[in-house]
Design a protein around this ligand. Structure first.
Ligand SMILES: *[C@@H]1O[C@H](CO)[C@@H](O)[C@H](O)[C@H]1NC(C)=O
Length: 610
């Protein structure tokens, strides 16, 4: 080979190296970025929120994984050079963190960082060897025990592996798709959840008070808990409840009851229905709403209408008024007809026996017509039919209408005797306001719940009438039923369940217009890893109508509760059958007596005047 040719070849090779090498490098990079983007795709699909990249030097920004994240367009990215996750400048709630560590050892020194904030952490480990898998798993376990969560994606960059920790099986999960995290929480493998339940409207707890041990929980809420446990393959470890059931913020700044325990993250879930409202803490959250309930007011039932005047109240006053008015109007129409007949000189119908009395005075004719109308109107036969066809037809139509009125009166009368009648109860809040009754409450929370912050006048006045009374010996509803004189507040459901006997025996009256309606849900600490799984089961239970079924069943049982209260039962039985006695028809005799007395007086007057 000629030296010139040699040189040429060298030049070409050099050229090729110079020209192709960067290209080759880029292609290499491109394929790596491609495979990385396939690797992180499940994360991006799952998280779907802003991701903060914590990069502490320029070298890390050269990292291909970082480049890959910067190139994707699915989620917003924030880059910062602050390595501390906890005192991040971006205090947005929807912020997940991406951190790079060289080795497992470096990660181990930073475990305190990954506190449970509800956000995810993505940890990229640059250099890991197979043997370190064991150590990595220990770190995962430590984070679960110390920080109480496993919201961490681990990326082993060299091995191109994306990992999650399954705390319920104590194993490392190789992530395949965006649902891997959710799948971990779909089967808890018998994990014991710290659950909480207490005696509430839809739940009851039986246990050993001395040993503070829960033996059995019942009610629709407990059924829900049972189904959730079965579906998610977990066990419910019921904690003995505080005396303060629902609880809330106390004056000293601590939280009591169930709210307090969830606030302090001493529990995983409370299967007792809480009103979904502000409990003045951001450290609890609600499950999906499971049912609704109203806050209602109740008053003592109005007195019964005495038997002697029941018939007068059998139909409503407007019906009576209508009856009177129609009688008078009919008399007037008849008079008009007569006037027309006389004016137009319509031929009279000749009647043999009764000579036509043409000469009678107009006034006395009008008086005669008035009396005859009322005679027909109360369905009695008149002595003499009018001498004109048109008037007779009119009379027949009055007869028909009076039959209808009569039927209405009679049927109402029968009902009034069978079903006891009461004087009018207040049915709206405005009527309650007008009745001037004070409102007694036993829970301070009602004060803020019921009428507060409403701009209606009635609500403001009712709000002013609320009075907190101490927890006495007697229950408020019992006092209302016996004494009256004030109104009480309760949940609508409790009037249908535990206190149903008061309604059944007509002792208290629930005002149908209820000031507040609440959605009710279960409570979990925030953040909670179990929320999503529990909500999914709750939605299925709701869609299947199971909860409604349990609640209806409970209401049916509540009806039978009355058998535990003999005095109420006796009252209920007494009003079940109605035996007619002379007392029930006393009004008829009063009417007869008054009629007799009046006619006697008139007869005496006539005797005396003539
Ligand atoms: C539920 O958890 C137990 C462990 O407590 C396990 O043996 C069982 O296989 C799990 N059930 C299902 C359906 O995965």
């Amino acid at each position: 080979m000629a030296p010139g040719a040699h040189l040429k070849l060298q030049l070409i090779v050099l050229f090729l190296v110079v020209a192709i090498r960067p290209n080759a490098g880029q292609q290499d990079n491109a394929t790596t970025i491609d495979s990385y983007s396939r690797l992180v795709a499940p994360i991006l699909e799952h998280l779907n929120d802003t991701l903060q990249l914590h990069l502490n030097n320029l070298r890390e920004s050269d990292n291909l994984l970082v480049k890959c994240l910067l190139q994707q367009t699915n989620i917003p990215i924030v880059v910062s050079n602050d390595m501390s996750v906890t005192k991040s400048v971006f205090v947005s709630k929807l912020l997940h963190h991406f951190l790079i560590y060289d080795t497992v050892q470096e990660l181990e020194e930073q475990l305190y960082q990954f506190s449970d904030t509800g956000n995810f952490y993505i940890i990229a480990l640059l250099h890991t060897i197979e043997e370190e898998q064991q150590r990595l798993q220990q770190i995962m376990q430590t984070i679960w025990h110390q920080q109480g969560h496993n919201r961490i994606y681990y990326i082993r960059q060299q091995a191109e592996q994306l990992l999650l920790y399954n705390p319920f099986q104590d194993s490392i999960v190789l992530v395949q798709d965006a649902f891997s995290y959710r799948r971990i929480y779909a089967n808890l493998h018998g994990y014991a959840l710290r659950a909480y339940i207490f005696d509430s409207v839809y739940s009851a707890l039986y246990g050993d008070g001395e040993k503070q041990q829960v033996l059995r929980v019942t009610g629709p809420d407990a059924n829900v808990g049972e189904i959730v446990a079965k579906k998610l393959n977990l066990t419910l470890n019921y904690v003995w409840p505080d005396d303060e059931f629902f609880g809330g913020l106390m004056p000293d700044g601590n939280y009591s009851g169930g709210v307090g325990r969830a606030h302090r993250h001493e529990l995983d879930v409370i299967f007792a229905g809480f009103f979904i409202k502000d409990y003045l803490t951001t450290r609890i959250q609600f499950s999906a709403a499971v049912y609704m309930d109203d806050l209602c007011l109740y008053v003592q039932k109005a007195q019964r209408i005495p038997q002697s005047i029941v018939p007068l109240f059998a139909v409503r006053p407007d019906v009576w008024l209508c009856f009177l008015l129609v009688g008078i109007i009919c008399a007037f129409i008849w008079m008009c007809l007569r006037a027309l007949n006389l004016c137009l000189r319509i031929e009279r119908i000749q009647e043999q026996q009764l000579g036509s009395r043409k000469d009678v005075h107009y006034l006395s004719t009008a008086w005669r017509i008035f009396i005859d109308t009322w005679v027909v109107w109360v369905r009695v036969n008149i002595v003499q039919y009018p001498p004109y066809n048109s008037e007779r037809i009119f009379l027949a139509s009055i007869c028909l209408v009076s039959v209808i009125f009569g039927a209405l009166l009679e049927s109402s009368l029968a009902t009034a005797y069978i079903r006891p009648l009461y004087y009018r109860d207040p049915n709206t809040l405005a009527e309650l306001d007008a009745s001037q009754l004070p409102i007694y409450i036993k829970h301070p929370a009602f004060k803020d719940d019921l009428f507060y912050g409403h701009d209606s006048e009635v609500y403001r006045r009712l709000d002013a009438k609320m009075m907190l009374v101490g927890e006495g010996e007697d229950r408020l509803i019992n006092m209302v039923s016996r004494l009256g004189k004030f109104a009480g507040v309760t949940r609508s459901a409790s009037l249908e369940l535990s206190d149903r006997r008061y309604i059944q025996t007509h002792k208290v009256h629930k005002i149908p217009e209820c000031p507040k309606t609440y959605h009710i849900g279960y409570v979990l600490p925030k953040p909670s890893a179990y929320l999503e799984g529990i909500n999914a089961i709750l939605q299925q239970i709701l869609a299947g109508g199971l909860l409604d079924f349990w609640i209806d069943e409970m209401k049916e049982r509540a009806k039978m509760n009355i058998f535990q209260y003999p005095e109420y039962l006796a009252e209920l039985n007494a009003s079940r059958w109605k035996v007619f006695t002379l007392k029930d028809v006393q009004l008829a005799f009063y009417a007869l007596a008054i009629g007799c007395a009046l006619s006697a007086v008139v007869w005496l007057l006539e005797l005396w005047l003539k």
